[in-house]
Write a protein that binds this ligand. Structure first.
Ligand code: MTE
Ligand code: HPA
Ligand code: MOS
Length: 784
């Protein structure tokens, strides 16, 4: 056997000579279906006879009392079968994931433009949508709060403020060698999953409901529907084969759609599908939280941070949703990769009359870390140093200067060697000098370059979510069916879990099939979120597969007269002493001998504890690291810019599937770049979101991917006992394109000969770039 093909084999559970089924690049298990258009998404499920279609009637006001809701014209519209309001809900009118402040349908008061007020059910999707526009609603205006700044000024929050202090920030700031302070604006982001929100509900016998839903959290959909109907959980079955993207937008906010579809199906006793149009989806659902930061920093001559204070204000929207855990993660990522000896962080979740903001890839982590990167970028320019040197001077140490503000010791730090490798492979120093030389001769076009690091904590910051279950069936022909609590949203979770099961049973991946996530198969699941899908469900499926393997090994050992430890499972063969048996033959014989050929599996992440009140403990099992180097060119007359080259080096531990992980890094990089540059959410003065379609909301395309896009995985093994020593990869690389933003800022700084910190806001749209260029020209006294 060629030893070079098995560099990732670490697990003693499988014989050393075995052919690994993990650690190798494999196509996504549905790739052939995706490209052929035969992958079944919720809307592709063949419709049951009698299926009706629902649409939502939405608020036109940001904050108002509903004086009257006239639905006569809606009821009389062609094709309309029923119109349902909050009064039709038999159970609880709430679908909030944590705090119960999320009405399914508005009662008495509306709190944002787009809030659902009623459900129209009609014979076609089109008829339902047309009818939904015909309501005669009489509003009594109430004063809206439309920005997080206004909410903060009014002391209006969805949750109590959070505070984290270490050391003596006030005293150390007063004593600091140098000081800087400022205000940072960071925009939100629409998830823009390609498949929109959708739920399809069908009544079942004896007060049952089957809901197909595009959701990251089938269990929560089950609970929301049960509460809404006043039912028990066992009456509701939620199923999701795959999503066309979730990105956090379907962690909690699929619930309103599931509840409205189920409400109509219950009321009318027929199947009902609710698939909002893209514009409605964008008007209704929450996005990444935009943030503002006010900071005060003290540092020494080398740019080492002596003390820092930051006030973070997020736009929660009208309800809490996941804003609390998002703020917690923002606070726990303000350190990013840096040792902050004296620090004070205050977090406020501003209550605004806009969509209720929610999870989005990174879950507040990107926002918190962006702030400290901005601060370090300022510090470097203030003392005339390369920002990379300042960043390095502040990195967490190894064995010292390694405790986070929230009390977790950083034990797996690889940022120093990772950065060194990237600096070399990207030729950063030479290219930085080249940008300076270029800029000296180029008055209008300016180049910029930046390297930024990532350290991202892996685990849900609500400890009890860190559990998972799986169910593995070996059929008596030797084929294997895997079900687990995670959901597939394109990230390759099912592929990874299938590989883990194949590896555990010593069989080829082709024997393994992963099925739809189904609340009747694995109960009480967590959302597929916090990048933990493969960590949790991979371990649970491994646990199940291991139990089956052990039973098969016992059986084979008895047959061959050896001990179970002598049995090898490898490459579809079972080797027991002299005996060599195809896997399917052993399975067949074991079945005849009445051996149980299926098993459940369970996993909980060890070592976690967290005091949410004190913001102290060990919220993360481990950290994932990365860094990227980006070079841009900016036209300082028009604000146009282009990413010329990007190099990313990312730590996925011992990657389970390098091809999929590189895909995740590439996708996250481009998605994060969109957030920080072109994607701008804009509400008009009445609080209506005007950027609710791709015509006005600019997500990146293939044209924005740089010609030189070099993504590599850092060779590393998780120091913790994660699934085959891999690391979670879904969210952390979203922080890599900080380097794009700071490269743009570097290019703008060239306008003022690097003497002025450009007041660049994010997203760095062309407009924002021009504003910053003008500000630099004014401050540096350069003619425009
Ligand atoms: N990749 C694709 N293709 N589509 C998605 O919706 N969601 C991201 C990330 N990568 C997403 C994705 C988010 S927000 C998370 S938390 C993780 O995938 C969830 O999956 P995992 O835990 O299995 O990595
Ligand atoms: N990430 C995603 N979802 C969550 C988290 C998290 O850290 N905590 C609670 N829900
Ligand atoms: Mo991801 S934001 O945790 O769904």
């Amino acid at each position: 056997m060629n030893k070079q093909t098995e560099p990732f084999l670490l697990d003693a559970s499988v014989a050393a000579e075995s052919t690994p089924q993990v650690g190798i690049s494999r196509p996504h298990e549905s790739a052939h279906l995706h490209v052929a258009g035969t992958a079944t998404y919720t809307d592709d499920i063949p419709e049951l006879a009698g299926t009706l279609h629902a649409a939502l009637g939405m608020s036109a006001k940001a904050h108002a009392r509903l004086k009257s809701v006239g639905l006569d014209r809606v009821r009389k519209a062609p094709g309309v079968v029923a119109v349902l309001t909050v009064d039709d809900i038999p159970g609880v009118n709430d679908c909030g994931p944590i705090i119960h402040d999320d009405p399914i349908l508005a009662r008495d008061v509306v709190q944002f433009v787009g809030q659902p007020i009623f459900v129209v059910v009609a014979t076609s999707h089109d008829a339902a949508r047309r009818a939904a526009r015909l309501a005669d609603i009489d509003y009594e205006d109430l004063p809206p709060v439309l920005t997080p700044e206004a909410a903060h000024a009014a002391g209006s929050y969805v949750l109590p403020p959070m505070h984290l202090t270490r050391g003596e920030p006030a005293r150390q700031l007063a004593a600091a060698t140098h000081r800087d302070s400022g205000h940072i604006r960071l925009g939100g982001q629409e998830q823009f999953y390609l498949e929109g929100q959708i739920a399809y509900a069908a009544p079942r016998e004896n007060d049952g409901m089957h809901v197909w839903c595009s959701t990251q959290h089938p269990t929560e959909m089950q609970h929301a529907v049960a509460h809404m109907l006043g039912w028990h959980a066992h009456q509701v079955l939620v199923e999701c084969r795959r999503m066309g993207g979730g990105f956090g937008g379907k962690e909690s906010q699929s619930a309103m759609f599931a509840c409205c579809a189920a409400l109509a199906a219950w009321k009318l006793l027929c199947p009902v599908k609710l698939r909002p149009d893209r514009d409605d989806d964008m008007m209704i659902t929450g996005k990444r939280h935009d943030f503002t930061f006010d900071f005060d920093v003290g540092h020494d001559d080398e740019g080492r941070l002596e003390a820092v204070r930051v006030e973070m204000v997020s736009r929660a929207g009208f309800s809490a949703d996941l804003s609390g855990p998002v703020m917690t993660r923002a606070i726990c990522h303000f350190d990013n990769a840096y040792w902050l000896p004296h620090v004070q962080i205050d977090g406020y979740c501003g209550k605004t009359n806009t969509q209720s903001n929610t999870a989005f890839r990174g879950f507040g982590g990107p926002q918190g870390a962006f702030a400290v990167e901005y601060i370090l970028d300022n510090v470097a320019r203030n003392i005339g140093k390369d920002s990379l040197d300042v960043r390095r001077a502040n990195f967490y140490g190894k064995g010292e200067r390694n405790v986070t503000p929230y009390g977790q010791t950083v034990e797996d730090n690889v940022i120093h060697e990772l950065i060194d490798e990237l600096v070399a492979s990207s030729a950063y120093q030479a290219r930085r000098a080249a940008t300076r030389a270029f800029n000296a001769k180029s008055p209008v076009l300016k180049k910029g370059i930046a390297i930024t690091p990532v350290k991202f904590g892996i685990s849900f910051n609500v400890a009890h979510y860190n559990q998972a279950g799986a169910l593995v069936h070996v059929y008596n022909d030797g084929s294997v069916l895997v079900n687990h609590g995670g959901t597939e949203m394109g990230q390759g979770l099912n592929t990874k879990v299938a590989m883990v099961v194949a590896h555990e049973l010593g069989i080829r991946m082709e024997r393994v099939r992963v099925t739809a996530t189904d609340t009747s198969k694995v109960a009480n699941t967590s959302a597929t979120a916090a990048s933990t899908g493969a960590d949790l469900n991979g371990k649970a499926a491994q646990d199940a597969a291991r139990q089956i393997r052990e039973r098969l090994a016992d059986f084979a050992a008895r047959k061959a007269g050896v001990t179970p430890a002598d049995i090898r499972f490898n490459d579809d063969l079972v080797i027991a002493g002299e005996l060599r048996l195809p896997f399917n033959e052993l399975v067949r014989e074991a079945y005849i001998a009445r051996v149980q050929l299926w098993s459940d599996g369970f996993y909980t992440t060890p070592k976690l504890y967290w005091d949410q009140k004190a913001l102290h403990g060990r919220p993360f099992y481990y950290y994932a690291y990365g860094a990227a180097c980006s070079e841009v060119i900016v036209d300082t007359l028009t604000g146009e810019w282009k990413l010329l080259r990007a190099d990313a080096l990312h730590d996925a531990g011992k990657s389970l599937n390098p091809a999929i992980d590189i895909g995740q890094v590439e996708g996250a990089f481009v998605q994060g770049m969109g957030w920080l540059t072109t994607e701008e959410l804009w509400w008009n003065p009445n609080g209506k979101l005007m950027t609710h379609a791709p015509s006005t909301y600019k997500i990146p395309t293939i044209n924005d991917v740089p010609e030189g896009f070099h993504v590599r995985l850092f060779q590393n093994a998780n120091v913790e006992d994660s699934i085959h020593r891999s690391k979670a990869v879904g969210e952390p690389p979203l922080l890599l394109p900080f380097s794009v933003f700071f490269a743009i800022r570097d290019a703008i700084a060239a306008v003022g000969d690097y003497r002025v910190n450009p007041p660049l806001r994010a997203p760095a749209t062309s407009e924002a770039i021009l504003d910053a260029v003008e500000a630099v020209q004014a401050a540096a006294g350069v003619p425009a």
